[in-house]
Design a protein around this ligand. Structure first.
Ligand code: OGA
Ligand code: NI
Length: 359
């Protein structure tokens, strides 16, 4: 599980409330300086509708069908090697489970600030409603609020942070969590096969399906071209399943040095390789830098579920059977506790933390 006390984010203003004031104010009013990031926001972006830049689409039905499995698995492997990202269709999670979860999440964020504040992060702790990765008083800030929960193993849930409104939210989170955890295990099994590792050796590391979620609310911003929704980063996990929750696009990934806008398919999951899986795979798969931008008039919501190694996974390093095959380990070994602490102690800065772990 992720160690909730590893997070040390400094308290900063609520962005949804700030956006309400600012978007409704007079047009010559400036947004606070700490959110203005003109240069970053202006970096070149390639449109996601261009087919040559669209991330691969993987079909879970085809992976499961013995007639097409081998071919689809090769596609899956190549997506993780070349893109670190893919969209998953026919994933088998019912529309109802997804619909209930996204509706309840939207209801939650829609509440007045006072109601959400009940679930505020406690200083020094990662869980709850607030922000992540704010490590200094003069760092630039992201145009988003987030709500982070530890989901699995189920006995690690801290129910203080589980909302009682909307009343169905706890149940819809629970169902969403169990379905996505199953899906992640299924994908990890196929990935182990693709890497040439024993599926059991990979699944053992993720025993109990440790999982947490970051639900993110990106308010609209009248000057959307001056702010960044979520700073460039990689995910400190094995696999992330991202649901773009209300049909507003905004995710961008770094490909060959340029930003590529991801055009998320309705009903699909955007899946990406995290740092832990890049390391376990001894560099076969890539944990790719990504960020989110915001819309000038529309709010955007997303929910990422992260799949973590189990609590007694002591040392982060490449799978021994792959090191043997490759003749060398491309990453040094670091204790999992130190890995997570290091990740949350730094401000988000692309792949720099992961690169520092290379041997
Ligand atoms: C994340 C993330 C992207 C998005 O939460 O780690 O990358 O589109 N989110 O919200
Ligand atoms: Ni991410």
């Amino acid at each position: 599980m992720v160690h909730a006390d590893a997070g040390r984010s400094l308290p900063v203003p609520n962005v949804q409330a700030l956006a309400q004031t600012y978007n409704g104010g007079s047009s010559d009013e400036q947004i606070p300086e700490r959110y203005i990031r003109v240069e970053e926001a202006a970096e070149e972006v390639i449109g996601g509708r261009d087919i040559s830049s669209a991330i691969p689409i993987i079909d879970l039905n085809k992976l499961l069908d013995p007639l097409s499995s081998k071919e689809e698995r090769a596609k899956l492997g190549s997506a993780c090697k070349q893109w670190g990202f893919f969209q998953l269709i026919n994933h088998g999670i019912s529309d109802e489970v997804i619909h209930n979860f996204r509706n309840d999440m939207a209801e939650f964020f829609k509440q007045p600030l006072e109601a959400k504040k009940i679930y505020s992060q406690i200083p020094g702790n990662l869980e709850g409603y607030g922000q992540h990765f704010v490590v200094s008083e003069n760092q630039k800030l992201d145009w988003a609020d987030m709500f982070f929960l530890i989901l699995r193993p189920t006995d690690s849930r801290d129910t203080r942070f589980w909302p009682s409104h909307p009343p169905s939210f706890r149940n819809s989170i629970d169902r969403y969590s169990s379905e996505t955890a199953k899906l992640a295990s299924c994908l990890l099994k196929f990935l182990a096969m693709d890497m040439g590792a024993e599926p059991e050796s990979l699944l053992e590391i993720f025993r109990g399906q440790p999982q947490n979620t970051r639900m993110t609310y990106y308010p609209p911003c009248r000057q959307a071209d001056k702010v960044v929704g979520l700073s460039p980063h990689t995910d400190a996990t094995s696999l992330t399943l991202l649901l773009q929750a209300n049909g507003v696009q905004g995710l961008q990934i770094r490909k060959d040095g340029k930003w590529v806008a991801v055009n998320s398919l309705d009903g699909a999951f955007i899946v990406n390789v995290g740092d832990i899986l890049e390391i376990l795979s001894n560099g076969r798969y890539k944990s790719v830098e990504h960020r989110a931008v915001v819309h000038p008039t529309k709010e955007r919501m997303s929910a990422a579920v992260f799949h973590q190694p189990c609590q007694d996974y002591a040392t982060v390093g490449p799978l021994p059977e792959l090191v043997k095959k490759d003749g060398e380990a491309l990453y040094g070994s670091v204790s999992y506790v130190d890995f997570i602490k290091g990740y949350f102690a730094a401000k988000l800065d692309g792949r720099s933390y992961l690169e520092s772990l290379k041997s």
